[in-house]
Ligand binder design. Structure first.
Ligand SMILES: C[S@@+](CC[C@H](N)C(=O)[O-])C[C@H]1O[C@@H](n2cnc3c(N)ncnc32)[C@H](O)[C@@H]1O
Length: 180
C-alpha cells in the first residue's frame, strides 16, 4: 500500500520528472518517497552544484539505501511526508523551489493524502512547483481543492506501469472554472 510499485521508475520517467520539475533551475528540492533511489540519482545528476536535495522516506530499508548515495548536496530523512514543514524547519532549510513526489496517493488514506498535499502547498516558495508521478488520477482529486487544477499533465508510456506526471505551480494554482 505504501510502495504501490514493484518496478523502479524507468530512465524515461526519471528524465520526464527532472524536466517537468525544472530541477536544473532549483536551489532547494524535496523528494518525497525516493524508494530505492533511482529518481534521487537522476535529480542529483541534473541539479546545480550548489543546490540541496532533501529526501523524506517512510520505509527504513529504502531510507538506508538512499542514505548510501555519496553526495554532499543530499540530505536524507526517515519519516512521514506529512511532517515536511517540521523537517524543513529542524534542518534550517528554506522554502523549497520544487517538491517531487512518488508517494502513491491512490492507496493512501484520504485524510493523510490531503494533509500531505496541504503541507506541500504551504511550504513551497511562491512560484515553486509540485511534481507528482502517479499511475492513477487520485492525486489530482486530492490536489484540486487545495492547489486547483494542475498546470501540466503528461503520460509517460515508457514505464511499467505507464505513469502520469502532474505539475502544479504555486503562483499558477487555479480553481476549476476560473481563467487564472
Ligand atoms: C512508488 S515508490 C517510489 C518509487 C521511486 N521514487 C522510483 O521512482 O523508483 C513510493 C515510495 O513512497 C514511500 N512512501 C509512502 N508513503 C510515504 C509517506 N507518507 N511519507 C514518505 N514516504 C512515503 C514508499 O515507502 C515508497 O518508497
Amino acid at each position: 500500500m505504501q510502495i504501490a510499485s514493484v518496478v523502479p521508475s524507468s530512465r524515461f520517467l526519471e528524465r520526464r520528472i527532472v524536466k517537468t520539475a525544472k530541477v536544473a533551475e532549483a536551489k532547494t528540492i524535496v523528494e518525497l518517497g525516493p524508494g530505492t533511489g533511482g529518481t534521487t540519482r537522476a535529480i542529483l545528476a541534473a541539479m546545480k552544484p550548489d543546490a540541496k536535495l532533501l529526501t523524506v522516506e517512510i520505509n527504513p530499508l529504502f531510507h538506508q539505501l538512499v542514505s548510501q548515495i555519496n553526495d554532499d548536496r543530499l540530505m536524507t530523512h526517515l519519516g512521514n511526508a506529512a511532517e515536511l514543514k517540521d523537517i524543513l524547519e529542524k534542518r534550517g532549510l528554506p522554502a523549497p523551489d520544487v517538491v517531487i513526489s512518488g508517494i502513491p496517493f491512490s492507496t493512501l488514506d484520504h485524510k493523510l493524502g490531503t494533509k500531505i498535499i496541504e503541507v506541500i502547498s504551504s511550504v513551497l516558495v511562491y512560484g515553486g512547483r509540485f511534481v507528482a508521478y502517479q499511475a492513477r488520477n487520485r492525486v489530482a482529486d486530492l490536489c484540486e481543492p487545495v492547489m486547483g487544477c494542475c498546470n501540466d499533465k503528461k503520460l509517460e508510456l515508457l514505464n511499467i506501469p505507464p505513469m502520469r506526471v502532474y505539475c502544479w505551480s504555486k503562483n499558477g494554482f487555479k480553481k476549476r472554472g476560473t481563467t487564472q
